[in-house]
Design a protein around this ligand. Structure first.
Ligand code: GLA
Length: 417
């Protein structure tokens, strides 16, 4: 408004006093703004910028607890987030997934399950905020959620106001019971509703990739699911991983491909496989939403989830997703370009056999430069760091020999000296 007023002021024919001219310019700017809003109601709507500049990190109830959510559970998980070192490692959002809601009242207001959440949602949000954490909730673009609870369709603006009042910081918005709805239009409507409600909320689209959200959702939300639901099994996890290969160019600060929440620690994979799962998600610049019971973690699970060097790769400020530099079937090499001309390289053994490989380090560096067309590499400028061993690799010459157990990874960071 101020800029528009100034512009009009400058262009206004100067045949009156300065203050009269300013009044007229202000009135004119106001009229233009009103007309614009009436003629193009969506013109001022947008997503909240500056959120999720690195992939969101947190915890979500669905993978472990399904519909068995309650105030007690969520508060205990928030406590565990603080006590275990997860919060220190960067996890901040505590998200209640489906099943917190039961109905709508006569005014359309959403009704919370009183037995499971006796003090209501705002109470819970306040508790989470008091720990310095952030609070997320779940709803759905269709008429019902995937578990048959009331969905958001037709109540977008009302629900967005409610979420803002409760202190919600993150909304996961699902795609069940959406029948013939247009995905882009439905999610854009909720984006506008959130924006209008005025509280900055990370908007997580859960449309499962059916309408190719990577092509349009950068303007709508901060992350979008690219596939159906993850299952806590090696083949299901790698199947989802494979589907991210062609989506490299769509990821960046404030807009992330989401291959679904983590299964680390839920019991369906071996420790080695969970290490691989976590490493791949970090390489992909995926959101890191833990999906296990934070109150009851093994030492191994906690070590995986809080590997700070691996998390630093995920949270790198450049926001690049890794690309597949070599695909030999059972053996793959993935490279993620990092800020300051650094790189993370992940060697992946997908097979059921141990593999021994000879790795040519300068060739790996060069592969990145070819892909992103950056400055020519200089191997002597880098130290090679093993991210899971937490130590520098002693390189004699340019080759290193690596032994990879079945279903495992080696992740190196090429650090600028
Ligand atoms: C869908 C989503 C899951 C979860 C459930 C809840 O399946 O993809 O992540 O939110 O709904 O019902």
């Amino acid at each position: 408004m101020k800029r528009l007023t100034l512009l009009i002021f400058r262009l206004w024919p100067a045949n009156c006093s300065h203050s009269a001219k300013l009044r007229q310019a202000r009135l004119c700017a106001l009229l233009i703004a009103i007309f614009t809003l009436v003629l193009f109601p969506g013109a001022s709507a947008q997503k909240f910028e500056k959120l999720a500049q690195t992939p969101p990190m947190g915890w979500n109830s669905w993978n472990k607890f399904g519909c068995d959510v309650s105030e007690k559970l969520i508060m205990e998980v928030a406590d565990a987030m603080m006590n275990t070192g997860m919060a220190d490692a960067g996890y901040e959002y505590i998200v209640i997934d489906d099943c917190w809601q039961v109905d709508r009242d006569g005014n359309g207001e959403i009704i919370v399950d009183k037995e499971r959440f006796p003090h209501g949602i705002k109470y819970l949000a306040d508790y989470i905020h008091s720990k310095g954490l952030k609070f997320g909730i779940y709803s759905c673009a269709g008429t019902k959620t995937c578990q048959g609870r009331p969905g958001g369709r037709g109540y977008e603006f009302q629900d967005a106001r409610t979420y803002a009042r409760w202190g919600v910081d993150y909304l996961k918005y699902d795609w069940c019971y959406a029948t013939t709805q247009n995905a882009e239009a439905s999610y854009t409507l909720m984006r506008d509703a959130l924006y209008k409600a005025g509280r900055p909320i990370v908007f997580s689209l859960c449309e499962w990739g059916t309408a190719k959200p990577w092509e349009w959702a950068g303007k709508v939300g901060h992350l979008w699911r690219t596939t159906g639901d993850i299952v806590d099994r090696w083949d299901a996890m790698t199947d989802i991983f494979d589907k991210q290969k062609d989506l490299v160019k769509y990821a960046g600060p404030g807009q992330w491909n989401d291959p679904d929440m983590l299964e680390v620690g839920n019991g369906g994979m071996t420790t080695e496989e969970y290490k691989t799962h976590f490493s791949l998600w970090c390489m992909l610049a995926s959101p890191l939403m833990a999906g296990n019971d934070l109150r009851d973690m093994t030492k191994e699970t906690l070590e995986i989830l809080t590997n700070e060097e691996m998390i630093a790769v995920n949270q790198d400020t450049l926001g690049k997703q890794a690309f597949c530099a070599r695909d030999n079937g059972d053996y793959e090499i993935w490279i993620k370009k990092l800020a300051g001309d650094e790189k993370a390289v992940c060697l992946l053994n997908r097979s059921d056999e141990t593999k021994s490989v000879e790795v040519n380090l300068p060739a790996l560096l060069k592969a990145t430069d070819n892909y992103w067309s950056t400055d020519p590499y200089k191997p002597e400028d880098y130290t090679v760091r093993d991210i899971w061993e937490h130590k520098d690799v002693k390189t004699s010459g340019t080759m290193i020999s690596v032994t990879l157990p079945p279903h495992s990874v080696k992740v190196y960071r090429f650090e600028k000296k």
